[in-house]
Ligand binder design. Sequence first.
Ligand SMILES: Nc1ncnc2c1ncn2[C@@H]1O[C@H](COP(=O)(O)OP(=O)(O)OP(=O)(O)O)[C@@H](O)[C@H]1O
Length: 613
Amino acid sequence: MAAKDSKSLRAALPGIVRILRRFAPQLSKQKTLLIASFVALMAEIFLHLLEPWPLKFIFDYILVPGFQPQSLGIPVLSGLGQFGLLTALTLGLVAIALLRATAAYFSVVGMALAASHVLTEIRSELYSHLQNLSLSFHHKAKTGDLITRVTSDIERLREVTVMAVLPLIAHSLTLVGMIFVMFWLHWELALIAVAVFPLFVFCTIRLTKRIRQVVRSQRQREGAMAATAAESIGAIKVVQALSLQNMLENSFSRHNRQSLKESAKAQRLAAGLERMVELLVGIATALVLWRGVQLVLKQAITPGDLLVFVNYLRIAFKPMRQLAKYTGQIAKATASGERILDVLDTVPDIRDVRGATEAPPLRGSVRFENVSFAYEPTNRILHNITVEVQPGQRIALVGPSGGGKSTLVSLLLRLYDPIEGQILVDGGDLRQYKLQSIRRQISVVLQDTILFAASVRDNIAYGCLGASDEAIEKAARLANAHDFIMALPEGYETVLGERGATLSGGQRQRISIARAAIRQAAIVILDEPTTGLDNENERAVNEALDRLTHKRTTFVVSHNLRAIEQADLIFYIENGRILEQGTHKQLLRFNGRYAAMYTCEKQVGSGEWVLGR
Ligand SMILES: Nc1ncnc2c1ncn2[C@@H]1O[C@H](COP(=O)(O)OP(=O)(O)OP(=O)(O)O)[C@@H](O)[C@H]1O
């Protein structure tokens, strides 16, 4: 994920090869379109080379004293008179222009279509890959930066394919064709014309390398800005409440100013490169004229030949000047392409192992066997956890904050894999089953309920895609949500604000319970589901949770004393170790840490376990 250091142009080529190789399957699907546009391109190049030739004939045969049609050596034209030949040549000029325009049209449209198809497919692949990348990746990556990759990096590749790659190929091949024809006409004059080329290539490579470095660092800067914006706008309430606006603004404008500097530098370099090319072409034209006129006077070449030379240099002038622009754009797009590949080539830590099977319908027995886990290799969070849970049992995980309770349940969801030990469901190792088939059978209610900017109905149905209206309503009734949903302006069709912002915390929580309920899963995970709710909402949510978890294996991470007392089995976890386990009564009799916390909490009397938080 880390940004690569800037590369030289020589080193950029492997980047392009890497991109082409990685996207070869998508490209080969567009084979027919690509071949057709290439054929059109070749036709365009040929017609481009042909353009000055009618003029050459006019200069060499019509404008010379003593017109001799036979000297043309082309039987069809030799039979024409002076006027007829002039008409034929001028019509030829128009026909060449027309055919060339048609060929160019088809090559551009064909290429644009092929690029759009390929990149649309890559964008879908990128999005789906991002969704499946493990949490360990997403915790480290910046959201804004990832969004830039899915949107503007892909867009840049699409633009550059049509606006730079195609013209670059066309112009390069035209240049090669022109050099070939010039050598065929007169090698000495051709040598003079191409003499400035090595200088041109040298300067282009040097400047393009610098442009690429600047542009890459500018892209990173833009990613950082997008990340800052996404983060602060996503958490605007906290930002305003803590008056963090100034601090965030400063950081944003620092990146913004730096990006401006880099963009100005890139523009300066690109403009300098273009001017240098103009100068070199001017020098080449002057040299050709100087030697060419002498050759015409010595009758070594015809005036028409010199005209073709000068014309080719003029035609070559435009692409050569643009070459700098195109290479700059391609360097930019290579950077974009590599940023996309960096994501696509990141292998999810958590994925289906080879030969993984669909999990059978679960009964709900769970066993953690000597499970250890670390987010960072050097810092173990869980140590040798062994837990045995029977189907339908309600388990409470308690202990001070940071002890590892949420981490433990996230291992059951296979958001992470243990570094040692194994987790068994109904006797089978979690890792032998397909990821989705396990997750589908576990319902989750978290403290931070995430709802989507969709209708209430859809938000509930996300728990079980394709659920019927009856099932949705049943789940909503179970979750104590039906009545307030019906009171919303459009009932179940009411579209929620982003992240469900238009509902109260308790309402959001009850919709998320309905979403969990519709799954009918054998295992339910409740991670502090009532934290932050007022008494009335908490009562409604608790009622809903009791119904949701009835006869299901339930893991509750909670500070709520009532939820803890009701559990069949309580695990007291501190510093990643299970220090005590048993029923509420057993643990009170044991008079250890759990009993101490419980007694202390009872005395404080808030009903919420506050120690250690
Ligand atoms: N994504 C992460 N990357 C690195 N460390 C993490 C990550 N998530 C949690 N931790 C660390 O793992 C430890 C256990 O966290 P966890 O959230 O499991 O504790 P908890 O017992 O659920 O706490 P709380 O009661 O406050 O929710 C903490 O020290 C925390 O800092």
